[in-house]
Design a protein around this ligand. Structure first.
Ligand code: URA
Ligand code: SF4
Length: 221
């Protein structure tokens, strides 16, 4: 495979005068061919939000809608996320949203034209990791929130279990505070309205832990 654009891991952070700006990273990432996923995707879906965001949310990879629009969390999972953030009292302007993998990995539906989400492999996550690290370095969020097992295991290790450790602060040097919760897509897959509501409430509760920390922090500042 020909590697055209250089991923930022080939430019160690210590050699950069300061972390690359989000805009320049976004431009570089638009041409990334560091793994094969770009071939079947429409475009790179880089993170979005304020460079001054206090919270960075990490999802898995863009979905069908994100791939078309070029923005993270703008499809059905994004609507669940927006609703939960609002209910938890987290301002969208305090948040930067991104994904562990930045191209849509999919497989054609057996019938029809739908593109079915395919879970990224460890190798895909690893190939894309330099972008995530560069986003972290550019934003230096106070709080890092991993949405779902893919992001949590990428950031906190393969043994990390979201079901056991969700909604709790995790001891990690990645940011002042690190927390994992479910992926909003899991709520969309709930069997019925009752379990969907219960799961949504639990998701909101996890995000309230983050909201509370920000509130305390603002008071202290
Ligand atoms: N799911 C994700 O993990 N990320 C998106 O951007 C959309 C859906
Ligand atoms: Fe590059 Fe990540 Fe896309 Fe692979 S998925 S081509 S590493 S941006």
């Amino acid at each position: 495979m020909k590697r055209l654009a250089k991923a930022p891991d080939q430019l160690p952070l210590t050699k950069r005068e300061k972390p690359a700006s989000l805009d320049s990273l976004r431009q570089e990432a638009a041409h990334c061919k560091n793994c094969d996923l770009w071939r079947n995707a429409t475009q790179t879906v880089f993170g979005a939000g304020s460079p001054k965001a206090k919270i960075m949310l990490i999802g898995e990879q863009p979905g069908d809608m994100e791939d078309r629009k070029g923005l993270p969390f703008v499809g059905p999972a994004g609507r669940v996320l927006d609703e939960a953030l609002a209910q938890a009292g987290i301002d969208r302007s305090d948040v930067y949203v991104t994904n562990a993998v930045k191209h849509f990995k999919w497989t054609p539906a057996e019938r029809g034209k739908r593109r079915i989400h395919k879970k990224p492999r460890q190798a895909d996550i690893q190939a894309c990791r330099p972008w995530l690290d560069a986003e972290m370095a550019a934003i230096r969020p106070d709080v890092l929130v991993c949405l779902g097992a893919t992001a949590a295991q990428a950031m906190l290790g393969a043994k990390f279990r979201v079901t056991q450790n969700r909604g709790k602060w995790i001891d990690s040097g990645l940011a002042s505070r690190v927390l994992a919760t479910v992926h909003p897509s899991s709520i969309l897959r709930a069997q019925d309205d009752d379990s969907r509501n219960t799961q949504m409430q639990a998701f909101i509760e996890d995000l309230r832990v983050v909201a509370e920390f920000l509130k305390q922090n603002k008071k202290a500042a």
